[in-house]
Design a protein around this ligand. Structure first.
Ligand code: MLC
Ligand code: AMP
Length: 510
């Protein structure tokens, strides 16, 4: 017998049985689960009217809003594949994604339609629709005319639910193919592991185009029929205002350092909270400890990635939440440490973390060779993170085997930035590194050389030249011009040496 593995079918049961409960509280009022379900059907009917069929990609680059959530759920409901993009990406970056994913529909902010339509046309995209944060836009108008019920398409557990782009060490972004089973199994595990119940109230302040805000936060809240206090973006004062009415907060480490910087974060303010989750980037032990001292709460740090959802977590119910560690493999998920050649290592040995389980994605979109290169024969995915596993199973992330910078929870692959820098007149070569940043944990710094003795480079103007090509968070916060880049005997740029040379570039007074 065919069993419906659709994540949406599971969520819809909750939406129907809990229809009177509040799903979202926004500045504009309350949206109940029943109302949400009706809006999802309207967007599902709208997407179908545009010709979207099961398996088609729906690419979305719009501001965070409940309508944006409804498009996500509607895409799942009709069996299509949700493909969200960071709102910071430029048109130049979008052109690649559009050509690669070939979506049936592209949904953008009304202000971006004119710029993107020619690119979309050339790639054969059927429709470019708009959706504004205030409920405006062509897709919103089309949805408003639709009935509030729609058929839910059954899916196999292994069918694609989402395509999420993650940058690659070679500079090209790869689309991670995420299945219904990946999302459903991970959400069910987290609801259980973190003790979610219907009475929870989650402050949702993360963006909804990445795993953390989209899947970890939304899917756990939906499955447990929790209420979300909805913020369009993180703002420390707004979060502190909501905290007395909330029970759960999920955030990247920058959220916690910014909260700690406010006098408003007090024990009294956090008294009703039962869970603070941090992840997407390393949480400094000093931040963890300072938070405990101020509020009495110990943050639950967890570790995950686009390709595998949540992999490990510090304990919620019993056991120590240890600062500087990411806890234990979640139930049903196997982790191990291996050398780059695949030799499995023992307790406390440093190596690359590998992961296997129902959370692990299906592979990279139309990149079978890259997919094959990142999986072992026995199904383990090679994370690229350097870690240790203690004899009791506790995992500590100690570094990265991949050349990656994580700034305020966003990933930046140096290779992509170096390629853009090298194309600028006057630049000979470049090396992009991550160095400590007081707010974002790590910040992007570029070190460049001149293209020959007579070349002129204006370090200050370089960032301006990147502006049309790269999202703001990828642009170097500082650029340094040097005579030569340090290289080893093999000719490879010594990034560790550069990192130590420029270690204080973003923390000293500029
Ligand atoms: C903004 N800027 C950043 C930045 N965010 N620069 C580097 N890194 C970032 N993350 C730029 C702005 O464009 C601005 O430039 C300047 O820095 C100051 O911006 P701001 O106003 O202070 O930033 P703000 O809008 O408040 O955003 C900061 C933030 C946001 C931390 C709230 O970046 C954020 O929400 N990050 C969360 C990312 C996330 O969800 N990651 C999860 C990925 S999933 P200028 O020059 O204009 O002043 C994943 C898997 C897992 O990793 O395990 O979860
Ligand atoms: P992304 O590809 O955007 O999903 O980012 C995933 C990467 O974020 C992982 O491979 C890790 O390098 C990093 N990451 C996520 N959570 C943590 C954490 N708690 N500690 C350290 N690194 C983390």
């Amino acid at each position: 017998m065919h069993v419906d593995g659709s994540l949406f079918s599971k969520l819809e049961q909750v939406f129907q049985t809990e229809s009177d409960r509040p799903a979202f509280v926004t500045g504009g009022g309350v949206v109940t689960y029943g109302e949400l379900n009706g809006r999802v059907s309207q967007y599902a009917n709208a997407l179908r009217a545009l010709g979207v069929s099961p398996g088609d990609r729906v690419m979305v680059q719009v501001e965070k809003s409940i309508a944006n959530v409804a498009v996500y759920l509607a895409t799942l409901k009709i069996g299509a594949v949700f493909n969200p993009l960071n709102t910071a990406y430029t048109a130049a970056e979008l052109a690649y994604f559009i050509g690669d994913a070939k979506p049936a529909v592209l949904v953008v902010d009304p202000s971006n339609k004119d710029g993107l339509e020619p690119v979309a046309k050339e790639a054969g995209v059927g429709h470019v629709e708009t959706l504004g944060p205030d409920g405006s836009g062509s897709l919103a108008s089309l949805a408003a005319k639709q009935p509030t019920t729609a058929e839910t398409v059954a899916r196999a557990r292994d069918d694609l639910a989402a395509l999420l782009y993650t940058s690659g060490t070679t500079g090209r972004s790869k689309g991670a193919m995420i299945t219904h089973e990946n999302l459903l199994s991970n959400a069910e595990t987290l609801v259980d592991y973190w003790g979610f119940e219907g009475g929870d109230t989650l402050i949702h302040a993360l963006p909804i185009f990445h795993v953390h805000g989209l899947f970890v936060a939304l899917n756990t809240a939906f499955l447990s029929a929790s209420k979300m206090l909805w913020l369009e973006k993180f703002d420390a004062d707004a979060v502190l205002n909501l905290m007395p009415d909330a029970t759960v907060l999920m955030g990247v480490p920058t959220f916690y350092t910014r909260l700690l910087a406010s006098d408003g974060l007090t024990r009294a303010c956090a008294e009703g909270m039962r869970l603070f989750v941090a992840g997407s980037a390393p949480l400094l032990a000093e931040t963890h400890d300072a938070f405990t001292q101020r509020t009495g709460h110990r943050i639950v740090e967890r570790y995950g990635m686009t390709e595998a959802g949540m992999i490990t977590s510090n304990p919620y119910h019993t056991g120590e939440r240890q600062a500087g560690t990411v806890g234990f493999a979640l139930p049903g998920i196997d982790v191990r440490i291996a050398t780059e050649d695949g030799v499995v290592l023992g307790a406390d040995d440093v190596g690359v973390l590998e992961v296997r389980g129902p959370n692990v994605f299906k592979g990279y979109w139309q990149m079978p060779d890259k997919t094959a290169a990142e999986f072992r024969n026995d199904g383990f995915f090679i994370s690229g993170d350097l870690a240790t596993i203690a004899s009791d199973g506790r995992v500590t992330i100690v570094g990265r085997a991949k050349d990656l910078i994580i700034t305020g929870g966003y990933n930046v692959y140096p290779k992509e930035i170096e390629t853009e820098l090298n194309a600028i007149d006057g630049i000979g070569e470049s090396a992009v590194i991550g160095v400590p940043h007081p707010d974002f944990g790590e910040g992007v710094v570029a070190v460049v050389t001149k293209d020959g003795a007579g070349a002129e480079i204006d370090a200050d103007a370089i960032v301006g030249q990147l502006a049309a090509r790269l999202a703001k968070f990828k642009q170097p916060k500082r650029v340094f011009v040097v005579d030569v880049l340090p290289r080893n005997a093999m000719g490879k740029v010594q990034k560790a040496e550069l990192r130590s040379q420029f270690e204080t570039a973003l923390t000293d007074k500029q």
